[in-house]
Design a binder for this molecule. Sequence first.
Ligand code: HEM
Length: 258
Amino acid sequence: MALAPSKDTAAAKDTAAKGSASDREAAPARPPSRTPTRGFWSSTIGKKTVMAVSGLVMLAYLVAHVAGNLKVFFGPEEFNAYGHWLRVMGAPVLHHQWGLWIARIALLAAVGAHAVSAYQLSRRDIKARPTRYAHRRKGSSYATRTMRWGGIILALFIVWHVLDLTTGTVHPGGFEEGRPYQNVIDTFSTWYGNTIYIVAMLAVGLHVRHGFWSAAQTLGVGNARRERALRLTANLLALVLTAGFIAVPVGVMTGVVN
Ligand code: HEM
């Protein structure tokens, strides 16, 4: 009958097979085995692609959001009906609010992916910066700095905005669930509501203008022939979004929306 090897024998065989710690140190380093997904994510182009795609998802949301917001100019019935539709979209296939939750989760994933890749790319950029040349201007380019600060302002704004108009936590006046028209008027009847939103809308414009252009380069859409068309599209998108969003507080301030 064959005897099972003792624990000690098995451990000795294992050590012999793997080699001692010092042997392992002396052995040439083997590249770590990576799955294609991990390899893609750890490369700079992979992170830039994630940033570009998640940015385009958020851009699509903003285009839909600005169109929905402009309904405020058609009165409370139409605007509140749009707020209601957000909760029943996908019905009767989807249960109440399921469509909205799917959109929220997709949006949250896009925001998370965008923020993580932006942070990691900026760490990489700082590490790679030459420090040997004291005379070289420290820091990053104007566009990079604007994008970083714009991104931070927008992230803070989104938190404020959700607490203001979705949950009502920081809403001025009594927040009324299901009556977004009145809620929007309350927000834009305060000086700080107008200031926060208008500053954020300007940040949206600047961020989209440069972000759209960068995404086109990353995704390989940009080339010398298309440069003019891409720049024009980026400027147009930024202008339409900023003007469309700012129209709402301006409408309330001037009494057009009341
Ligand atoms: C004047 C400008 C804006 C107005 C009047 C406005 C209005 C609203 C309203 C009324 C809601 C609540 C919808 C509902 O639940 O019934 C909402 C939700 C939201 N808005 Fe805005 N919005 C503006 C700008 C923006 C901008 C610039 C962003 C992004 C950068 C944004 C992102 C969101 C998000 C993420 C939600 C949460 C959606 C949800 O989970 O319910 N909004 N907005």
